[in-house]
Design a protein around this ligand. Structure first.
Ligand code: ATP
Length: 290
């Protein structure tokens, strides 16, 4: 089921530039994510994808440009960006390894609870009520991602794929309108990757827009309504999966490496035909092409 509400911009990044000394990691990048959309951000290693994410989430103050969430320009401070409604996961897992699965999700809820430090320390009635509501919400999220049965397990004991899911649940705990995922399938096996794909669709169907960085092209092109490709800090191309997949500049940027899952049927048929012919004409040929 997809959302049918009229689309409106959730994220509008305009002219974002990030320089580190003499290096321009991100140059004048515009990007919009609309409600109900899953947008992909691709590009070779070092293209500036994570730096751009860091500019969106207030981890870096962009040298130039601005970032607006639902029409309001965001101050470049991570906690203000989170409370505005943008949540993220990181390229490297950043869970609290010695806390339980449930506690990790509860940490992600703190931007949505009004109870202050003293209330928490004194554990007054207001705190206990808020805590019960937070637990309920956290358990709902664990149900949603399929980890409710492991709520009391230590995060460090989860298999890798489940740790990544838990990171997503923790990000969702802040009730975002936009979720930024930085390489969510890194290190996953194909089944875990497919499950992540389904999870991202389900998140979108809950009305949360998604912006995702990923190197797995099959994942990106299956998932995304729109894909933008960064190369050397600049946005080279933006369009539907079909458009970006077929763009020669994108292919060249990836040094001509064919994308996994990209159309290449003619070439494959040619190679297979050549192999079949070779196999018929000689039985002693070594090193046939794979
Ligand atoms: N804090 C920093 N200080 C200096 N240079 C940095 C910093 N962060 C990133 N860079 C540089 O900015 C460029 C872009 O890096 P970035 O990590 O954003 O690329 P990426 O597209 O996310 O790469 P990957 O796909 O390998 O994660 C690189 O040349 C990197 O070395």
């Amino acid at each position: 089921m997809t959302t049918t509400t009229a689309t409106s911009p959730v994220l509008e990044a305009t002219g974002v530039t990030m320089r580190f000394g003499g290096l321009t990691a991100v140059r004048n990048v515009d990007l919009t994510v609309n409600s109900g959309e899953i947008v992909g951000l691709i590009g070779p290693n070092g293209a500036g994808k994570t730096t751009f994410f860091n500019c969106l989430t207030g981890l870096y103050v962009p040298t130039e440009g601005k970032v607006a969430y639902k029409g309001t320009v965001l101050p470049p401070k991570p906690h203000l960006v989170t409370s505005a409604g943008i949540a993220r996961t990181f390229q490297n897992i950043r869970l609290f390894a010695n806390m339980t699965v449930l506690e990790n999700v509860l940490v992600g809820r703190h931007t949505r609870t009004k109870e202050g430090l003293w209330s928490a320390l004194l554990r007054g009635p207001g705190f206990r009520k808020a805590e019960a509501a937070s637990r309920e919400r956290a358990m709902e999220l664990l149900e949603f991602i399929g980890l409710a049965h492991k709520a009391d397990h230590l995060a460090r004991n989860l298999p890798y794929g489940e740790q990544r899911k838990l990171e997503i649940a923790r990000a969702l705990a802040s009730d975002p309108g936009l979720l930024l995922l930085d390489e969510p399938t890194a290190g996953m096996n194909p089944q875990e990757t497919r499950a992540t794909e389904e999870l991202v669709f389900a998140i979108r169907d809950k009305g949360i827009a998604v912006l995702v960085i990923e190197h797995d092209m099959r994942f990106i092109f299956n998932l995304c309504d729109r894909v933008a490709c960064l190369v050397q800090g600049e946005k080279l191309v933006e369009g539907t999966s079909e458009v970006v997949q077929g763009d020669e500049r994108v292919i060249a940027a990836y040094l001509g490496t064919p994308f996994e899952g990209a159309p290449g049927d003619e070439e494959i048929a040619e190679v297979e035909a050549a192999e079949a012919t070779g196999a018929q004409s000689t039985t002693s040929t070594e090193g046939s092409a794979q």
